[in-house]
Design a protein around this ligand. Structure first.
Ligand SMILES: CC(C)(COP(=O)(O)OP(=O)(O)OC[C@H]1O[C@@H](n2cnc3c(N)ncnc32)[C@H](O)[C@@H]1OP(=O)(O)O)[C@@H](O)C(=O)NCCC(=O)NCCS
Length: 167
């Protein structure tokens, strides 16, 4: 029987540095296939450790996947869950070297369980173009296409998607 090569757990503030590193790796390795270099730079620019600490203080929850072997140290990927007004929202990021091995789906399942436990009936995502097929395969459907404005003012093309949750 194959031994699990990663495990998932809820992150805490001591994981902030590793969250930032995985986030930037994901955007630069996978996101960069879909966006210009300027957009990728702007997307990564604001991702310092304190972003995750402040988000956790506001109630955002991060579930991370961590490699069990020596070959893939640190955080392999993560999924977040936060409540924005009345909407439950998520976002999933996985390092390029760990992609297409089930990491994103595993951490998303944890974020989804978090949303269900918080009473959500629907979960939303502003999906980057690098993730639309991933969200579709995890039960989301397209609501509309649009843009997400980065802090720099540049617009990142995205697809607004939603999934109905079963309790
Ligand atoms: C989207 C992302 C998180 C997926 O993570 P992952 O660990 O590779 O996903 P999984 O291995 O769980 O994939 C599950 C299924 O999703 C679909 N999928 C995932 N990546 C895909 C891709 N690049 N193209 C097409 N389908 C894809 C496939 O159906 C896949 O199943 P399969 O590998 O058996 O065919 C990862 O590609 C990523 O980090 N992208 C860049 C960052 C980003 O844009 N995140 C979204 C922010 S809103």
């Amino acid at each position: 029987m194959e031994t699990a090569w990663f495990e998932t757990r809820r992150a805490n503030w001591t994981d902030a540095e590793h969250l930032a590193a995985a986030h930037v790796d994901s955007i630069r390795s996978i996101g960069a296939r879909f966006y210009t270099a300027e957009i990728v730079d702007d997307w990564c620019d604001t991702l310092t450790d304190d972003v995750y600490v402040r988000a956790m203080q506001r109630g955002e929850v991060f579930h991370i996947a961590v490699g069990t072997g020596a070959d893939m140290p640190g955080v392999l990927g993560f999924a977040s869950h936060r409540v924005d007004g009345t909407q439950h929202r998520t976002a999933v990021y996985v390092r390029g070297a760990a992609a297409r091995r089930g990491v994103g789906s595993a951490v998303f399942r944890s974020a989804e369980a978090e949303a269900i436990a918080a009473g959500a009936r629907t979960i939303h995502v502003a999906a980057s173009l690098a993730a639309v097929e991933f969200y579709r395969s995890n039960g989301f459907s397209e609501v509309r296409r649009g843009e997400h404005r980065l802090r720099s003012g540049r617009e990142l093309a995205c697809v607004f998607m939603r999934k109905r949750l079963e309790r």
